[in-house]
Design a protein around this ligand. Structure first.
Ligand code: F6R
Length: 242
């Protein structure tokens, strides 16, 4: 695992964006794995800047989001369908037809999860997966105790994650209780992983992920099993590393 420690969030975004840009330049019809949340916004800003400057063309890239809330209308501004459209698809100039988000409104959730895995396979797999990390060590919405071999499936959000995400909703109770998320096994199949984290609130999770044992109690520790994983963090997020 490669660890890159940088002075601030904008720099984290720039360095992580260069990893993504290399993949897009080399394989303009490849597949990106997309995280939502605050952490990757600096990456998307930098990629959007480069796309606007004509340095990168995302029009043939596929995108696969990591996760989606269950039961939240896609018209809701905090559904990950809406968030991905607003923060990734439009600013990067991706083709909406080529961008997929797990189906949190499916009648048959297990069938929709299997179809999502099949769509990733049909696209030839994910070339580079962008990841944030929860304060409890989750990646995607794979909360602690998730199986290291898990695939896309429905999960219950922990009280900690619902509280952390309450800032996006009108009230803590409005945060959905369940999600559909790519599994840890799904994430590990991506050819390259780039995890970003900023701020001291993530320091403990980063230390557990990078220096702790590989364990379901810190799902992000599975990055230690991947041969091409890069962790790009600021000094706050690095503050608990030895
Ligand atoms: C969202 C996701 C989550 C977030 C994590 C950190 O698609 O996969 O794992 O990356 O909850 O969220 P932020 O970046 O908002 O702190």
């Amino acid at each position: 695992m490669e660890i890159v420690i940088l002075p601030d969030s904008a720099e984290v975004g720039r360095v992580a964006a260069s990893v993504i840009a290399d993949v897009v330049a080399r394989k303009p019809d490849g597949a990106l794995g997309l995280a939502t949340g605050s952490s990757p916004l600096a990456i998307y800003d930098e990629l959007a800047r480069r796309a606007a400057a004509g340095e990168l063309d995302f029009s043939r890239m596929r995108g696969f989001a990591l996760d989606e809330y269950v039961g939240l209308d896609y018209a809701h501004p905090e559904s990950y369908h809406a968030v991905i459209d607003r923060t990734v698809t439009k600013p990067l100039g991706m083709d909406p037809e080529l961008v997929s988000v797990p189906d949190g409104l499916a009648q048959d959730v297990p069938a929709a999860c299997a179809a999502y895995e099949a769509a990733i396979d049909a696209a030839g797999g994910i070339d580079v997966q962008i990841l944030g990390i929860g304060a409890n060590g989750h990646i995607g919405f794979n909360e602690p105790t998730s199986s290291l071999a898990s695939r896309t499936r429905i999960k219950t959000l922990t009280p900690k994650t619902r509280a952390d995400n309450a800032r996006f909703f009108d009230s803590p109770e409005a945060v959905p209780t369940h999600c559909v998320t790519q599994g840890l096994g799904t994430i590990l199949r991506a050819r390259r992983l780039v995890l970003v984290a900023q701020g001291e609130a993530k320091a403990e999770a980063i230390a557990a992920a990078v220096e702790g044992p590989v364990s379901a109690s810190c799902p992000a520790s599975v990055l230690q099993l991947h041969e091409h994983a890069t962790v790009v963090i600021d000094e706050g997020a690095a503050s608990r590393l030895h």
